[in-house]
Structure formats: C-alpha cells, structure tokens
Design a protein around this ligand. Structure first.
Ligand code: PLP
Length: 375
C-alpha cells in the first residue's frame, strides 16, 4: 500500500458514497415525465435537499455540475455576463479553474481585472480593490497549495457594501470548516465531491436566487437554466452521502489531522536543514507545504514515489514546463526556493505509520533532490 499524501488532489471515496452510488446507478433521466423519471427525480430532490441542509442553503440554490472546475467557470463567467459592469476583482493565488476564467474574461470579454495581493504567508489581507463596484469578485476560501484560509467573510461583507456579487471557490474547505452559504452571503460557491470522499467528476454550485449567473453552456435549460444537461442522479446521491458523513465527522477528523500534521511538520523541521514551512495559520488542518531551497521539487516527487510515498509539488505543471507555482510567485518567493516545493496533504485514511515512514526517508530524499536541483 502506498503512503498517500495527496488528499488535497483527491481523496478515496467514502464507503457510504460507493454504496449510494451503486444503489442508484440504474436511475434514469430525472426529467422524464413517467414513473421511472419521477423516481429518479425523487432521488435527485432528496440529494439536493440533504446538500442544502448541510450547507445552509435552500434546495433551489443547489446546482449539480460535472466538476469543481465547471462550478467555478459558471460562477465567475456567469456572474460577469449577468452584470452590466466590466470590472472583476480576483486574487493572485486562485486555482487555475478561477484564474484562467478570469484571464479569459480579460482577454476575450474586455474585463478589467484588479487582483487582491497575497502576503508572504499566502493570505489575502489588503481588500482595497473591493471598495469600488465590480461585476464579480472572486476569492478561494482556502488555497489548495499552501492551505491558507482566506478572510472570505470580510471579503463578502466588503463586496456586498458595493453591491458586488461574490463567487467563492470552497473546493478545499468542505469537511474542514463549517459552511453556511446563507449566512456568508456569497452569490455563488463552488465545491467538488472528490475532495470530500464523493465521486470524481461531480461538483456543486450553490447559486442564490438573484443575481443568477448567466449560462456558460446552452441546452435544455435544466437546473434553472444555469447548468443545462441531464443530471447524473447516482453521482448526486453519492455526493450528498459523502457530504453528510464529511460534515458529521468533521470536528473529530480535524483534530486528528491537525495532530498528525503538526507532528509531521515538527519532525521534518528536526530532520532537514534549511526548510521553510510555508503553511501558516489560519490554514487547513491537513496541509503541510514545505520549501527546500535548492532542491528540485520534481525530483523529490519521483524519489518519494520510488519509495511508495505519493505526494505533489502542489501546483499543476503547465504544458510539461516545470515552473514555479504562481501562488508562491505571488507570495514573493524566489525561484530557487519555490522550485523546491513539496506539498504533503493528509486525509482521513492517513495513519501515524504513514508519517513515520515519511520521516524515515525525507532527509535522504531532500539531499538527493538538492543534488538534482544543482543549486
Ligand atoms: N478549486 C480548487 C481550490 C481546487 O483545489 C480544485 C482541484 O484541485 C478545483 C478548484 C477543481 O476541482 P475539480 O477537480 O473538481 O475540477
């Protein structure tokens, strides 16, 4: 069994999600005006109600998508298109699902974008760009690379003062922090089932009644016209089941993760010279992002993999070119340091034996990766 340290990329499906998924794989089109269609629709409605209840939303606000990426695209682009303004406020540390959407609004739809800067710890704190109105403001709740939790309540409150709709990318925080969509007051919010033990390629967009994001893809007008296409009932039901367990077990899981993660971080610090612990509070409990200046991140991943330890550098590599992550860049990290990034993310299947094995090997891996880095 591999020692899996990439839970922020995806986490194994919860058994309850697998069982629910299997139970409903034969569900037919929930739009069908006949018995089997109504049956499928009843399962879908129940999933929607359950998800709404768990997230402090109304059932009508729950829109099923095929990924977190799709939910981000609809939220950001859809709200932009629903507005008569052409200004967008975003941050420099967004996941590509938001960042590339924002860039394309600028390049193709004539948007003017102002970015909220990130501090050296990876947090957004200067919110001045929200002081004038925009078509949409968007910020992630927590960063996927560093785990830094962002001040989304302050961001929403400030944007709302100007009447600016807000999209929140909550993909990394489900099952890690309590979420109440209604109380937060955001206009749209994106989530992804495979990050909390649901199936892959199943996302949720929460979308307030108004303003409604304009459709990004056109079709049969399902789900308030926000997201056309036949909904996968089995995935929706499995998502609801996973979410329910994730929320129920959250408090307990967070304590365990934090304990394991803190132990891991302290022992890496003790074992390896010249290490920077990037993850800074407030942060997700399962994230441990390190930078080993002079090491090659890519080499670390390969060396760890050869030992049966699965981890990532934290950033998606763009078209095969190994570059420093845009998040670290925005934090002002220099290239030599940022290229030595290693993201270890723990989840509910992580054990102290996994941490033990990592600790036994990390110093040698970094030593070799520093030779490979040649810096
Ligand atoms: N947003 C964040 C913060 C993420 O971490 C991810 C996935 O890594 C996504 C969006 C995209 O989600 P999905 O994989 O469901 O498309």
């Amino acid at each position: 069994m591999a020692h899996y340290f990439d839970h922020a990329a995806t986490t194994p499906m919860r058994q309850v999600a697998i069982d629910t998924w299997v139970e409903h794989t034969q569900a037919l089109n929930p739009g069908g005006q006949y018995t089997s269609g109504r049956k499928a629709n009843a399962v879908l409605s129940e999933a929607r109600e359950q998800i709404a209840e768990l997230l402090g939303a109304e059932p009508i606000e729950v829109v099923f998508t095929a990924s977190g990426t799709e939910a981000d695209n609809i939220g950001v682009r859809g709200l932009y298109r629903a507005s008569s303004l052409n200004r967008v406020v975003s941050t420099e540390i967004e996941h590509p699902a938001v960042l590339e959407t924002v860039k394309s609004l600028a390049a193709i739809e004539g948007a003017h974008v102002d970015y909220l800067p990130a501090t050296a710890t990876g947090h957004v704190s200067d919110l001045a760009a929200l002081d004038s109105p925009a078509a949409v403001a968007t910020c992630m709740w927590a960063n996927n690379e560093t785990g830094a939790i962002q001040p989304v309540d302050r961001i929403v409150a400030k944007a709302n003062e100007q009447g600016t709709p807000v999209h929140i990318d909550a993909v990394q925080v489900v099952g890690r922090v309590p979420i109440n969509f209604g109380e937060l007051g955001a206009t749209t919010m994106a989530m992804s089932a495979h990050k909390f033990g649901g199936p892959r390629s199943a996302g949720i967009l929460l979308a307030k009644r108004s303003p409604v994001p304009e459709a990004v893809i056109l079709g049969g007008g399902q789900q308030r016209g926000i997201r056309s296409g036949t909904v996968d009932v089995a995935s929706a039901a499995a998502t609801a089941a996973a979410l329910s367990e994730a929320v129920t077990e959250m408090d307990q899981e967070v304590v365990l993760l934090r304990e394991l993660r803190d132990d891991l971080v302290a022992r890496v610090r003790a074992k390896v010279d010249d290490v920077i612990v990037t993850t800074t509070e407030p942060a997700l409990p399962g994230h441990a992002h390190f930078m080993f200046p002079g090491a090659s991140g890519e080499s670390m991943i390969m060396l760890l993999d050869s030992l049966g330890i699965e981890a990532s550098t934290g950033s998606a590599c763009h078209s095969g070119v190994n570059r420093m992550s845009h998040v670290l860049d925005a934090m002002g990290v220099d290239e030599r340091t940022g290229m030595g990034a290693l993201r270890l993310t723990l989840g509910r299947t992580t054990t102290s034996a996994d941490v033990e094995f990592l600790i036994e090997n990390i110093a040698e891996v970094v030593r070799k990766a520093r030779i490979a880095g040649g810096l």
